[in-house]
Ligand binder design. Sequence first.
Ligand SMILES: C[S@@+](CC[C@H](N)C(=O)[O-])C[C@H]1O[C@@H](n2cnc3c(N)ncnc32)[C@H](O)[C@@H]1O
Length: 204
Amino acid sequence: MKPDLSDTEIHTIREGIRHKYTQVATQSDAGGSFQYPTGREGMRQQGYPMELVQDLPEAVLQAFCGVGNPFSLGPIRPGETVLDIGCGAGVDTLIAARLVGPTGRVAGVDATPEMIARARANLVLAGLTNVSFEIAAAEALPFPDREFDVVISNGVINLTVDKEQALREVQRVLKRGGRLMVADMVLVTELPGDQAGKVENWFQ
Ligand SMILES: C[S@@+](CC[C@H](N)C(=O)[O-])C[C@H]1O[C@@H](n2cnc3c(N)ncnc32)[C@H](O)[C@@H]1O
């Protein structure tokens, strides 16, 4: 179910998100664009096990702008297939690739082309071969049914206009018994009157 938004508002939201993350993708450091800690320090504060992170190149870690730690929600095992939805510059994707090892496979998708370009550059820096990145929206995943053991996502579902469709897609691409491990932001109270309904809140 889409929220009560006009087509013009939906267009403004999607363009605003794309513009913001194009800027983030093309800066060396995500830091200035967020009201929460990003990069290596963000990962430390969100409880990422530093042994998973420490030997990834600094240029890779700088691009992290997740809002939590999906890996805290359960194990990812050698040999599994994993999809990272809204992978951004691919930091979680690369961590998942290390966890599944050479017998596993990981895919990352993101709606912002410049993020996928950054993720592909990060993949070269990390020197892993069991990873692929594609430009795609959470609401239309370019994968067959029942392809993945695990879907991870970090700070993305809140940015999708049609959340039910995004979750239907997750259900479609997960194998029976597959796991969804999501970190995200939710509103826990009404916004003040002067903020409610402002489309800019989607991408500030
Ligand atoms: C807060 S960043 C998080 C990036 C990454 N998960 C991380 O932890 O560093 C949100 C990402 O979601 C992507 N995004 C926004 N809306 C999307 C959508 N509908 N489908 C796929 N990706 C989307 C943005 O391009 C951006 O890269």
